[in-house]
Design a protein around this ligand. Sequence first.
Ligand SMILES: Nc1ncnc2c1ncn2[C@@H]1O[C@H](COP(=O)(O)OP(=O)(O)OP(=O)(O)O)[C@@H](O)[C@H]1O
Ligand SMILES: [Mg+2]
Length: 328
Amino acid sequence: MSHTPEDHTQDEPPAVRFTAATKAYGQVRAVDGIDLVLRPGERVALLGRNGAGKSTALGLLLGLDDPDTGSVHLFGGAPATAVQAGRVGAMLQDGRPIPRVTVRELVTFVSKTYPSPMPVDEALDLAGIREFGPRRADRLSGGQIQRVRFAIALVGNPELIVLDEPTAALDVEARRALWESTRRYAARGNTVLFSTHYLTEADENADRIVVIDRGRIVADGSSERLKRRAGGNLVSFDLAGRPTEGLGQLPGVSEAEVRGDRARLRTDDSDATVIALAELGAIRGLEVTRATLEDAFLQLTDPNGADSRDTGPDAATIDATALVKENV
Ligand SMILES: Nc1ncnc2c1ncn2[C@@H]1O[C@H](COP(=O)(O)OP(=O)(O)OP(=O)(O)O)[C@@H](O)[C@H]1O
Ligand SMILES: [Mg+2]
């Protein structure tokens, strides 16, 4: 059962709601107080370094584990209820072994466990594996198996799909096909939540990016906003003998650097910076380079995060929440 975008109102329970959820494994606080609301139709990327807590959070969301404290709701109810009702499809990071059946048999079998599945052919098409239908599922390549798992995630016709590093083993074409399928799926009003380490995938395929670091959300917003606030843009130009004082005070500029005859200004508002520069007189060789999502990501997350997390409450934490947290 899928909803069209017009179906949902603010009164409808969100697809996903984490409320102060925590989950610890011994001393490791894998999920350390997550608040998160996802609305129907959103495509959301979950980013974080290895061990940041992404898979643990997705496990809580799917009801595979219960939070120690706080709560997780799907469509206003318990995760297990939504999963049993076929409202959620998942592609997890640790794939289970696929038995000795054909791809079509396997997907058909899974579809029968759901109350209102999509036609098996449609799921095979969405995953780009129609031609593998008669092949044995345990004799496929890693990337082909990954696509079978994607078909399995979709076949129940869920309203929410959860994909933990879905493109990990996929070739370029299969990746593109997978993202195109998720785009079409979300366009029907469904919610897509995926984790990835490929930041360009998040940039291109998510309307919203949630960055998790050491079990906490450190940024939540559009890719544009993350880049602008955390990374800034770089405006560079030829000085052509012009004096350099005052450049650091131009609108938007947080940092000014002069190398040889070229000035580089880091700015969080390149439009304002360029207009102010233009008012100062002719500028030559102007170049505006955008901060990448990778710049933003590296600033937001702690390189020692996963390993230093079990040092207790005194461990240094990045508190970028106030800086970049933005509800969309
Ligand atoms: N079953 C478990 N038992 C003990 N510790 C665990 C368990 N599952 C996860 N952890 C720990 O919790 C932390 C978060 O792990 P998680 O798998 O959620 O990270 P992740 O963000 O998905 O990382 P990756 O990008 O490597 O997949 C890590 O420190 C991990 O070692
Ligand atoms: Mg993981």
